[in-house]
Ligand binder design. Structure first.
Ligand SMILES: C[S@@+](CC[C@H](N)C(=O)[O-])C[C@H]1O[C@@H](n2cnc3c(N)ncnc32)[C@H](O)[C@@H]1O
Length: 229
């Protein structure tokens, strides 16, 4: 495709995105459900990636997705908590890379979104033994988490729900003793004003948290200082 034609396509995609307006959970779900090959996680992700070119979306998208993939591959986490599932894009990315005995607990406050997101995880071919959707607020989910995890601790926590909740939820995870010195946190949308307090907090705790890497407005944070890596 010539550079001029590629530019024309990008402009058309942008225009369509603006004309179609706000993020719509039902529309996203219907598109993915119809376009993807059922049972194939990669096809579900490809459909999401196509959809977000021409529709408003909350999905982290393929670039930050690759950053997240790299962390999941490296850490091979057994217990993962995701706060803010939305339609399940990030959940599918994580689930497809988990070790066989790995499980994902994913939290979504909006009941309709939680239902539609769960359907997408099933469409992608994952089983209820691999994931659980908690249709409640992050605060409620964290207060009940110990009963889901038993003796286990969280290896990976992905926060992409409400940046104003990142700090209260991190403090709640600490209070409930759900994190270890090897836990990894991924925080998305840290450029938003609401995330400022959590970033300030992290800088006051250099022995407890280390920012390991950043991609755009997504951060990887390791619990513990760099000597414990
Ligand atoms: C930006 S979207 C997440 C997108 C997702 N990471 C992806 O890539 O598909 C944020 C989601 O978090 C949910 N949410 C917002 N506040 C929440 C809270 N306090 N607890 C749980 N979910 C919340 C919203 O309803 C929304 O679906």
């Amino acid at each position: 495709r010539s550079p001029l034609r590629a530019l024309y396509h990008r402009v058309c995609e942008r225009v369509l995105k603006v004309l179609r307006g706000k993020v719509c959970v039902r529309r996203t779900h219907a598109y993915i459900f119809c376009e993807c090959t059922h049972g194939q996680a990669e096809s579900v992700l490809a459909s999401f990636d196509l959809y977000i070119k021409t529709h408003a979306s909350f999905s982290i998208g393929p670039e930050k997705g690759v950053f997240l993939d790299e962390v999941v591959r490296r850490e091979a986490p057994l217990r993962v908590l995701e706060l803010g599932m939305h339609c399940g894009y990030t959940s599918v990315r994580i689930l497809r890379l988990l070790p066989t005995s790995g499980t994902l607990l994913t939290v979504e406050v909006d009941p309709l979104t939680a239902e539609k997101g769960e359907e997408i995880l099933l469409v992608a071919g994952f089983k209820n033994s691999q994931f659980q959707v908690l249709p409640c607020s992050s605060a409620e989910a964290i207060s009940r988490l110990a009963s889901h995890l038993g003796e286990d601790l969280l290896d990976l926590v992905v926060m992409d729900h409400d940046p104003e909740q990142y700090l209260p939820d991190l403090l709640a995870l600490q209070r409930e003793n759900l994190l270890s010195k090897r836990s990894v946190l991924i925080l998305n949308r840290v450029a938003e004003a609401g995330a400022r307090v959590v970033l300030e907090y992290l800088t006051t705790k250099p022995h407890d948290y280390t920012v390991r890497q950043r991609f755009k407005d997504m951060l990887e944070i390791r619990c513990g200082n760099s000597e414990s890596f």
